[in-house]
Structures are given as C-alpha cells and as structure tokens.
Design a protein. Sequence first.
Length: 572
Amino acid sequence: MPAVLGLNFHHDTSVALIVDGRLYAAEEERWSGIKHHRQPRHRKATLTAPTHALAWCLGAAGINPEDIDAVWTPSMRPTPAAGWWLAEERDELAALLSSPLGEHLRLISHHTAHAMAGYLLSGIDHAAGLVIDAGGSSLGADFGPGRERITGYDLHPDRVDRIHQAMPIVIPGPVGPRRVHSSLGHFYRNLALRLIPPGDEPEGSMMALAALGHPDRYRDALRALIRFGTDGDVRIAHPWGSADTETPLITERRAWTTNGAAAASLTDRADLAAAVQETFAQAVTHIARHLQRLTGASTLVLSGGCALNSHLNGHLAADAGFDNLFVAPAPHDAGTALGAALYAWHYQLGQPRLPVPTDAAWGPEPDPGSAFTTPTGYRALPRLGDQLVPVVAALLADHRIVGWVRGPMEFGPRALGHRSILAHPGHTDIRDRLNAIKQRASYRPFAPAVLSEYVSDWFMTTGDPFMNRVAQARHCRAERIAAVIHRDGTARLQTVANGHSGLRPLLEEFHRRTGLPLLLNTSLNRKGAPILRTAEQAVQATAELGLDAVAVNDTLLLADRVPLPDDARRML
C-alpha cells in the first residue's frame, strides 16, 4: 500500500496524503480559524506547522507515520543551500509525527510544486506549465540567482523541464548594487492595496472592481510601468514589481497610496483597477505565448496565486494560442502540499497519475456522528433523509438563503458545494442581502454553480469545477440570473458534473422546480475568517449571519421567522 505525504509549512499551511491512490488533503486554517494560517508579524519564526490537518489525514487514511514511503515539502526560504533551515523543518516534522520520518524529508521547489498541483491532475500528457505568484524559492532558480517569480515548464509524464524563468535586474542601491525582481504577483497586489479600502480582501475585490471601470483613462500610465521584451521577458519598473507598498503611484495629479483608497471615488478606483487588470492580463498572455512557441503544446497548465485571477483565466487560452487551459484545483500556496505529494507519487514511486477530479472534496466530513445545539430563533427538522433535498430546493425556490454543510470539506479557497451558502440566482436583491450578510463591497458578485450539461445554454464559454475562470453569459439569459452576473456580463462559474454528491442532487431538484439549472454559491464563513469546518461551527455561524436555514448532514435548521413552503410542508 504505497503512501506519500506533501507538507506546506509556509502560509496557507497544508497537508496532502496519497494512500493507495486515494487523496486526503486539508488546510490548517480550518482548525486554527486564522485565514491563511499566517503567524503574527512580530514573530520571527516562519514555520507554521500543519498539526491538525496532518493528524486528520493520517487518521482518515488509517495509517501510521511509519507507513509513509516518501515526504516532500516545497522550499520557500531564500538560501536553502545553507541547509540549517531544512534541519528545522525535519525537527518540526519529527515532532509532528513522533517518528524519525523527518530524516526522509525532501525538498521540491515552490514553483515546481505549484506546477505539479495542476499538471498531474490535468489528465494531459504534454502541456506547457506556467506558474506566477508573488515569489517562490531560490531552490528553483535554475537560470540564475534570485527567487522564483515567473516560471515556465515543458511537462511530460516522464520529465519536468523548466524552460523559462523571470530574472532579476540590478539597480544602484544606497550601499551598492541591488537585485530587483519583476513579480506580477506583487504588481497586482500592490496596486490593489491602493484601490481597495482596508478590511476588504485586496485581490478578489480588485477583480470585481475592474469589471466596473474602463481601462482607457489610465492605460498609458499603467503600460509605462511594464516593458515586454523578447523570449517572454516582462520587466516591471521599480518598485512596482516588489513588495514595496510605501511609494505612491502618481497619475493625473493624484497620489495613490495604501491609506488613501477610501478617499477616491468609486469611478476613479474602478477605472484604474480596469487598467491594472488589462495590463496584468497582457503581461501573462505575453509569457504564455512564448511558452506555446517553445513547447508546441495545445494545453496550458496554470498555477500559483495569480492563477486565482478568474477574469484572466476566462480568455487566456484563446489569447495565448492554446486550445485548452487547465487551472490547478488549488492554485494558491496550500496547493503546493498537493503538488509535492503528487510529484512523489508519480515521479518518485512511479505510480499512475490520479484521475482528473471533478470536485476538491478531500477533507473531513462535518462531524457526522455529533450532536449540535439548536440556536435561539431556529427550529430543527432532524433526520430528513431523502426529503432533505426537495425541502431545501423548495426553500431556495422561495428565495430563502440556506447554508449547505454536507460531505467532505473542500480543499482550496472556494466553497464548491460542501461548506456553502446557497441562494436563488434570479434577483439582485438576493445578491445585495448576501453582500450585507458577508460584509462585502456592494459591487462584488457571487458565483453560480451550474449543472455541467446546461453550461452552453446559459454561457458562451465554459467554466471549470473549481470556480477558476469567468464565462460570458448569454445576453438573452442574463436577466433571469441577475444575482450571479457581474456588470460586464460575466460570471465565475462552477460546473457540477455527475457524481458531485454535495451539490448535484440539489441542483437537479432546483432545476426541476424553477427551470434554472444553477444556484448562487458562496462560502460559509464569517468576514475575514476561513471556510467553516464542523457542524457546530456552521450552526453558530448560521445564527450569527442571520441565514434563513442551514442543512447539516440530514438535519435542517430553519429560522422561526421562515415558514416552510406549502409543498415542503406536505412532504413532512
């Protein structure tokens, strides 16, 4: 029974375990309650041990640490050649497992782990790989000194070739020459921090804000910050490709600073966001075209934090000359544990690749055997069994907002129908109510989960099972699903295929009742906190958020103020 373990000790701390071809994966934030599981800034140590996620994976698989054949972790430290920090992680692993398994710990570069988290789940034999994020490790800097920022690969079942690497430039510094990197991840985030007021998630809000604006006004100013060279080269003027958030951006006599976003009008911010999004997409497309020329591949596999930019993903393949795009199911840093495990499984142990997933339900169930307290203002309808789906579908058809907590927890930053809040997609007042409930900016859209066989009836382009790309809605249909269509006519849709136990039966029943093969789907969490893990947490959050109902396993909690629809009452 072969078994491999992937561990990410960096932010988005996570674990992935493959045992006999079955994948278990979880993020430590779901236990700690701290989004991204980041340590406080005043702490110097950077290790963030995935203690609870690891314990769950081992317990769910029913194995002991001694049963594991290989352990890999992505490198993130700037000087891995020194070796001292690897000893720290080995000690940490030994403490976690209470075994000497840490002696078998091996390193994979951060960007290669990202690439494997996509490629080895894509089902594609030959692909070009592109990884873009704020920064990776120097372990993968095959082309020269510095840390990974933009990396390209030629990917095959029997080899992984790094064929492109963004290189630093050298500029004068106060105490001598200084290396400066061109990071598109830093570029996007730094501009977002100048446009999104504190309290809102910068990058996600930036994508939504960009859809409200027009890039023409600031296009020249933004394009002046980035130069495209030959061979896919992208150079970002200093300091805009770095982590510097202090320098103001000067445009039209306005100084854009990280503490001045709220002072600018929504129109001004949206226009600049649109120009940033356009410039960012042009840069990524420039690199991707270079990879297509080098590899001749028909599929591009995209990963890294920048692969969460769903507006980019919606048109990248066509713009860059690829037939297909596969975005890693978990392209953020938590996915590097998954990539490390998949690399060990396939390239080290020589095991067959795992099937292409249609869901990311690789985590724990919501305490199936435990009881939970019914909060004040709600009544419990327990053990509904087969009646749960039609009753919840009736509530959703009646425009109620319902929590949905069923099946294994999703791995990744987006709820995919296991720890979700669901609603009717037809009216903007539902969207406005949900934005108020989740304390989000009013312009932010929600995503639709769509029965896969009906996608082409409602959208002009396709989505994927992991909400990783936008699709253009068909104009004739958009008004019927206004709650999930953004101002530019797009939606970040999730396709739901046969076999999705968490959401498929409910979507089918809702379609039968309403003629709509889709639901609004957003994550069940509090503002600034991770997606909730347990039944008890979900019930408490339901009451705090003021949801109309929540389904947990086969129990429905219904707010006292909400009457059951007549047909649902007759079922019971």
